[in-house]
Design a protein around this ligand. Structure first.
Ligand code: ADP
Ligand code: MG
Ligand code: MG
Length: 498
């Protein structure tokens, strides 16, 4: 892009720092033998670097840390060293991003497919039902989203037994950690520049991470398509957000590089201050909103009363560009993921060649109507994950709880089953890792989940942007079922290409 350089030191430059001396590239040691002295140095350097460069989150022990920036900050949890991954898998995941972007867009235009696929879920899941109501209303008034913006993150795990890369899920709303994820890549390069020789690791094998820059660019380009120089980008946020710095990196770059102003509002504030003008534009306290960027609204907790739902509906009805629109949001549900995995469904939306590429990374996905699979899952629950229609981590069911829940649902003979999907459980290879939380380094047997960001911007027939945009590695104790950094299971990590 033609963006002018910004003076951010090396924190978000996305560029390689100079390697002082060429280091001999050894394959990533299966068990790095790091001396206690070197380990202590690495941890110390990493903690200093994080503090100086904004790799931080709100500290939960400080009361105002979720509402007031600059108060109660602690380094984000991170892995001390990048996670090795074969370059081939990395490239495969990157190549899939534009295809998933296109898929989301095409599925979003098929309102009937979304409504039909989710019709039974709607009966038993109040949250999904509310989202579908908004979607129905937009279909009724024949609302067309001419400018469409998607900021997605597709997450993968590498299955040890089959050596195949499997998609865990595709996030179409509030895909987080573009900001902090880039910083972790820079942190790892910094540490390998300093200590790579002793470790036998080459900093150049940590790929540059452009996620936050490209997300900012996509938001800026959407703003530009809206074509009102005085309009703003509105971040819809939770009233308390300890991951605010990840979001602030994005709004900071929007301003710094693109000159676009951001406002931050909660759904409750939007309900109170927002209005639809006669021409359909969305105004908040007199300011026109060009782009609504959701970092809240994906969870039932975000809608404690009717006014939050009213705010969501008002935004959807407006001419503002929604990231995501209600349709894009619904495409990202677990139920739709499972429907798309059925035979010949992908092929309705994509050319065969692209459909085949995506299908290769689909794990087993089933609805609970499949009595054969349910039977198997009751016998071997450890091979499955049971998922409700929720986002943000901490909602899935594993192990013996899968069996218990499936039996319960069977006995009740209720429609409740439609609230869940079953997924094949993926088992990545565990490796010894150093996870740093609150200044303390823990040595763990750990597994990783690779997220690839994707940005899609379209105005009518013109695709303005359709790219893969950097990455996020998350690493967690191999004994933990769930992932999620915000939920405290995982730490932020980056990639070491082997
Ligand atoms: P959410 O939208 O809440 O993030 P996910 O589907 O990503 O839901 O599941 C949350 C976490 O559970 C993932 O980050 C991953 O660690 C774990 N997980 C989900 N699906 C699987 C699976 N099929 N196999 C193994 N682990 C899984
Ligand atoms: Mg998710
Ligand atoms: Mg997830």
């Amino acid at each position: 892009s033609s963006s002018p350089p910004v003076s951010l030191g090396f924190s978000q430059s996305g560029e390689t720092e100079e390697v002082q001396e060429e280091v001999v590239l050894k394959p990533f040691p299966a068990s790095l033998s790091i001396s206690p002295a070197l380990l202590e140095n690495l941890v110390y350097d990493a903690l200093v670097w994080s503090s100086l460069n904004g790799l931080v989150v709100g500290d939960k022990s400080v009361k105002r840390s979720g509402t007031s920036p600059g108060v109660g900050m602690v380094h984000a949890p991170f892995a001390l060293l990048p996670m090795p991954i074969q370059e081939g898998f990395w490239k495969q995941a990157c190549e899939l991003a534009p295809i998933f972007n296109e898929l989301v867009d095409r599925v979003s235009l098929d309102g009937k497919f979304l409504q039909d696929s989710l019709s039974r879920t709607k009966k038993v899941d109040a949250f999904t039902s509310r989202l579908l109501d908004i979607h129905s209303k937009m279909l009724e008034i024949n609302k067309k989203e001419v400018i469409r913006l998607g900021l997605h993150r597709s997450d993968y795990m590498l299955d040890a037994e089959t050596a195949l890369l499997y998609q865990i899920e595709l996030n179409t709303i509030s895909s987080s950690f573009a900001g902090l994820g880039c910083l972790v890549s820079n942190l790892h390069r910094h540490l390998l520049n300093q200590h790579g020789k002793d470790l036998g690791l080459n900093p150049k094998r940590v790929p540059g991470n452009t996620a936050v820059r490209q997300f900012a660019e996509a938001l800026a380009k959407a703003w530009n398509e809206f074509d009102n120089k005085r309009a703003v980008v509105m971040f819809v946020v939770q009233p308390e957000e300890r991951n605010m710095y990840d979001q602030h990196w994005l709004s900071f770059l929007l301003k710094e590089i693109h000159g676009v102003n951001t406002i931050r509002k909660t759904l409750a504030e939007i309900a109170g201050e927002g209005q639809l003008l006669l021409d359909g534009s969305l105004a908040i306290g007199g300011q026109i909103v060009a782009v609504v960027y959701f970092r809240a609204g994906y969870s039932p907790n975000d809608y404690p009363s009717e006014s939050e739902w009213n705010a969501r509906l008002m935004m959807e009805r407006s001419t503002a560009i929604k990231c995501p629109s209600i349709s894009y949001h619904l495409v990202g549900t677990k139920k739709i993921q499972q429907e798309l995995a059925k035979p010949l469904v992908l092929e309705r939306f994509l050319e065969d060649e692209d459909a085949a590429k995506l299908r290769k990374c689909f794990a087993g996905l089933w609805s609970l109507d499949d009595s054969e699979v349910v039977k198997t899952a009751i016998e071997r629950p450890e091979l499955f994950v049971l998922k409700p229609q929720r986002e943000g981590g901490g909602n899935n069911i594993y192990g013996d709880d899968v069996k218990e829940m499936l039996l319960k649902l069977q006995n009740e003979k209720s429609q409740e089953q439609a609230a869940y999907i079953l997924m094949q459980r993926i088992f990545p290879t565990a490796s010894l890792s150093y996870l740093v939380r609150e200044g303390i380094c823990h040595q763990n047997n750990a597994i990783s989940e690779l997220g690839i960001y994707g940005a899609y911007l379209r105005n009518n027939d013109k695709v303005i942007m359709n790219d893969h945009c950097g990455y996020l590695m998350r690493t967690k104790d191999s004994s933990s079922n769930e992932g999620g950094v915000a939920t405290g299971f995982a730490v932020l990590d980056s990639v070491y290409l082997t």
